[in-house]
Design a protein around this ligand. Structure first.
Ligand code: C2E
Ligand code: MG
Ligand code: MG
Ligand code: MG
Length: 278
């Protein structure tokens, strides 16, 4: 918040800035209690094998139902939680709750959990993951961590050490929002990971031969380096079919399902794996 105030100060402070700051300050204060007061919950978005159209797993997405302000998007409160460090406690809860849910799903359905780079800087990151697996009984092979591209991830040291240990455990790693960072390609060289998660801006906003060539290029490159690919933001059948033709492994998006409550996902699993989805 201080950093934001400074940015606003340098270009002149408007009433709209004040409104935004007031809201951020409020959310920042209230988020501390949100965890204890059970205002946070998880929803799950199916991930689908683009060839067979079977569900292979789900991504865990966090929701905050604020008692007065209503639903707050993670795009708004996660950055706040990262600034204050609260993301560490929140992230630990997400990890536990996601693994517990996944234990209710049939083998080998996987669960993907978004992890902030801030969590990777924590000395107890490994202990958190191990505790979640132990407590829930979920096999490591059914847990996947999604890390968004960022400078902090590429930095050597702790992050890389943690990633190495996660792999020894058997937890899979995917690079989220792939293609939007400024050093995407260097990840292939510098980081061990299993899955390339192609950013939805290449998928959803697909608008011509350049985008399609980029998609084909990313998929081809990833596969030639032994990575799996998943495309996010698939909103129509034409896109699903095209990605399948390009060989993209998995897909995720409103065309298959929006993020849904755990109970709905469990129901979808027992019904949908009798037939294909999308
Ligand atoms: P993300 O991990 O890249 O998640 C994908 C976002 O795209 C989700 O938004 C999802 O609801 C949305 N989405 C999925 N399919 C479609 C589609 O077909 N069309 C459109 N228009 N959107 C689609 P959401 O749930 O608002 O999450 C936003 C971001 O917040 C996530 O981006 C992730 O970076 C972050 N986030 C969410 N939950 C967590 C969490 O538990 N921990 C951390 N650290 N970050 C989280
Ligand atoms: Mg994600
Ligand atoms: Mg993403
Ligand atoms: Mg994202």
């Amino acid at each position: 918040i201080q950093a934001r105030t400074n940015r606003m100060a340098t270009r002149g402070f408007t009433p709209a800035d004040q409104v935004a700051l007031d809201r951020q300050g409020r959310l920042d204060r209230d988020l501390r209690q949100a965890l204890d007061r059970n205002q946070l919950h998880l929803v799950f978005q199916p991930q689908v094998d683009l060839r067979s159209r079977r569900i292979t797993g789900a991504e865990t997405l966090l929701r905050w139902k604020h008692p007065e302000l209503g639903m707050i998007s993670p795009a708004e409160f996660i950055p706040l939680a990262e600034e204050t460090g609260l993301i560490v406690d929140i992230g630990r809860w997400v990890m536990w709750a996601a693994c517990e849910q996944a234990m209710l799903w049939p083998e080998p359905i996987t669960v993907a959990v978004n992890v902030s780079p801030v969590q990777f800087q924590q000395a107890d990151m490994m202990a958190t993951v191990e505790a979640a697996l132990r407590r829930s009984g979920l096999p490591a092979s059914r847990l996947e961590l999604e890390i968004t591209e960022s400078e902090r991830i590429a930095e050597p040291g702790r992050t890389r050490a943690v990633i190495g240990r996660l792999q020894e455990l058997g937890v899979r790693l995917s690079i989220d929002d792939f293609g939007t960072g400024y050093s995407s390609l260097s990840y292939f060289r510098d980081l061990p990971f299993e899955i390339v998660k192609i950013d939805q801006s290449f998928v959803r906003g697909r608008s011509g031969p350049t985008d399609d060539a980029l998609l084909a290029g990313i998929i081809g490159l990833a596969h030639s380096l032994g990575k799996m690919t998943i495309a996010e933001g698939i909103e129509d059948e034409a896109t699903a079919a095209m990605l399948a033709k390009m060989g993209c492994t998995l897909g995720q998006g409103y065309h298959f399902s929006r993020p849904i409550p755990a109970a709905d996902f469990a129901a979808l699993l027992s019904e949908a794996n009798k037939r294909a989805i999308g």
